[in-house]
Design a protein around this ligand. Sequence first.
Ligand code: NHR
Ligand code: GAR
Length: 217
Amino acid sequence: MDSSKKIVILISGNGSNAQAIIEACNENRIHGDVVAVISNKANAYGLTRAESFSIPAITIEHNKFDSRESFDESLMQIIEGYAPDLIVLAGFMRILTPMFVHQYRGKMLNIHPSLLPKYPGLNTHQRAIDAGDEKHGSSVHFVTEELDGGPVILKSVVPVLSNDTSETLAKRVAKQEWLIYPLVISWFCENKLNFCKNNVILNKKQISRCGLIYEEL
Ligand code: NHR
Ligand code: GAR
């Protein structure tokens, strides 16, 4: 049996995905331990959540640094103190430099609230509503230098309802995120999920660049 993986989670706010991942570890649905939760915003509620599970909750404010590079270097120093096997971006709102991404290549995941490759960047729920999309969702992908452009592992699909606001749609998407993110992380921690030459390998087989799809009937 392989040893339990060490996971560092980066957040900027609410931290509901971080909590779902912590709970999955505690319930042995993930063969791993969240060893630290790090926020670039001091008032992030996710820090309070981490503390309630007795997990180190650390703040490193990006606006105290004079460049993206110097912020990322300090962030990396903190992370290295925990010797993690996996970095998880969970509502982390700072674009990371190529140097940082290179350091954790194949070991860093993000959840992005759209059906990638649709709507990289910000304000995704409103953009899906404005476009009249019937389906929306969230995508878990490996992080590469290309913003929200790394290969997708798993997407969850939800309907867009005619009376949806960006808030109601975000809530529907979030509920699915709490399922699919722990699931993908469990695959990584069981060594079933690999990143190889910019492709996703699951159970030794390469999957499509658009990822697998999870959709409730
Ligand atoms: N970094 C790299 N290199 N590659 C990715 O794929 C990344 C990343 C950092 C974060 C999350 C991403 C998302 O899921 C993510 C993916 C922030 C922005 C952004 O524009 C865009 C995408 C994502 C996260 N951030 C602004 C910035 O100047 C700040 C916005 C704010 O503070 O509100 O960094 O959506
Ligand atoms: C999640 O819906 C996630 O997909 C999104 O922010 C939310 C964070 O919620 N991520 C981004 O928009 C990244 N730019 P949480 O803090 O409650 O986990």
